[in-house]
Design a protein around this ligand. Structure first.
Ligand SMILES: [Zn+2]
Ligand SMILES: [Zn+2]
Length: 124
């Protein structure tokens, strides 16, 4: 699966299927993306080849986010204590059609007009 930022300075190839695909409704994801929620696909960092150098930003005590310094497209978030896992927003893949979210997290921070499939597992 190939992807990259809007301007092309950051490109990546992710190999294999993601370990997890989920939508996050937290306020941090909302602020950073400018969108009501973000769907992420989780890959092991060792399964992702990156061209270019995403800039890093620590968005909270436990989370580092990275993005293209030129065009501001997000690249990934990872937890400071498990940097070997990358959560890549599915919108930066060239073809995100197979990445339907199966999990929904931080639903308590969801905007009231966002409709969530309540049969899916959820975090309080
Ligand atoms: Zn870019
Ligand atoms: Zn979030």
């Amino acid at each position: 699966m190939e992807g990259g930022c809007h301007c092309g300075a950051v490109r990546f190839t992710a190999t294999g299927a993601p370990d997890w695909v989920g939508a996050c409704y937290c306020i941090d994801c909302r602020k950073i993306s400018g969108s009501p929620y973000t769907v992420f696909a989780q890959f092991k960092k060792s399964d992702v080849q990156i061209k270019g150098t995403p800039k890093e930003y620590q968005s909270s005590e436990k989370v580092i986010r990275s993005f293209c310094e030129n065009c501001s497209s997000p690249f990934a978030y990872s937890y400071i204590d498990s940097r070997d896992q990358l959560f890549i927003p599915v919108g930066v893949f060239d073809d995100a059609s197979s990445f339907a979210p199966k999990n929904h997290i931080f639903v308590s921070q969801k905007l009231p007009w966002v409709i969530v499939d309540t049969d899916a597992p959820q975090e309080k």
